[in-house]
Design a protein around this ligand. Sequence first.
Ligand code: PLP
Length: 411
Amino acid sequence: MSQNTLPTTAHWLSPHVQQVLRDHQPPQNEEGLFLYDLDHLEQHIKALMQQDVVKLWFAVKANPLSRVIKTLAQQGMNFDVASQGELAQVLAQGVDASRILNTGPAKSKAQLQAFLQQGVRTFVIESINQLTWLNQAATELGCQPQVLLRVQLQWPAAEKNPLGGNEITAFGLSCQAWQSIKVSDFPALNINGLHIFQWGNMLSNERLFTLWSAMISPLLELAAQVQMSLEVLDLGGGLGVDYQQAGQGLSWSRVIADLAIIKARAGVSELWLELGRYAVAEMGYYLTTVVDRKQNFNHQQLVLAGGINHLLRPAITGQPFPVTLLRPSLANLVSFHLHGPLCTSLDNLGQLAIAGDVDVGDQLVFALAGAYGFSESMPFFLCHQIAAEYVIERGTMTQVRPAVPANVYLR
Ligand SMILES: Cc1ncc(COP(=O)(O)O)c(C=O)c1O
């Protein structure tokens, strides 16, 4: 057990969000809620959009909530969708299909046809089959969609992460595999770009720049081999947020300055990024209640009402979301092991420092939960509730989705 004398209120919890959460009167038995500060999101996206170096798309997988999509759309962001469900959700918010890009390795011919029929005209293509099917579907429909080929590169220094890193994944194809085509073989398509994205949650500007720089020459070589006039380079996502609160973080102005160099070196007229966590992680919080506290061997344990059924990411990556006690406390911080309600040892939200007087009935707030929180969870195991979702807009907290009890989804 470690102890120190730091103040117990986390720096990331603004007085306003803290107050709004403290004032929240939860409906009976609400096991966990997500809160998205749309006022913060609006300011953040406004700042990201103030440049003319890179066109920004939002990777909807990070947070598909209607109100989040609307806030981003109002700021002029475009949308990267990876399923029919995401497409329907973005269109339902009144976003024009011309602002939608389709990525993802599991595009069937039927899906490509359906996307074209719904007006989508920009595709990141990840296999020769996808290319052939889209060419057929576009011919049948009499349109000419824009296509970027997704490329997977191998580096000598092996590295692994959720996006694959240097692993061989299903995301796109090697340069060698793409070399078997010529863009002129697909006359119904305007194939004028390349897409590459292999590293997630990058926290170093230097490392990002090194990776992006190393991509240029193999990509230019590939463009020449398939006889493509390379106009667009899409570098995917991967801009990180500091889950471990280690004082690391990207400088956005440095990202933009570096991207201007990459754009010039690649000689492209457009550079694209599809931002997930860098766009929406910071505006989101997850709140749940302490159900039990115990000392088990040498572990101080807290058992929470919600765990990986609402926040799966720590189990996948080993990185916890930052946490704090919601109520004021002057107690010293103590290191606790946080467990959720599922019957698997995977249900572990990390070992984190919390005010030492935390007890049953207290509420904990997790930060950086606006991305890959609600949408990346396993809500059905053990028949617990699906978490509620709330937003803060113009200072006021309102519910968008109530907690869903198991009897609603069980058959
Ligand atoms: C194709 C694609 N683009 C963008 C993203 C967003 O990544 P990030 O959240 O790292 O910005 C993802 C995430 O998996 C992705 O698959």
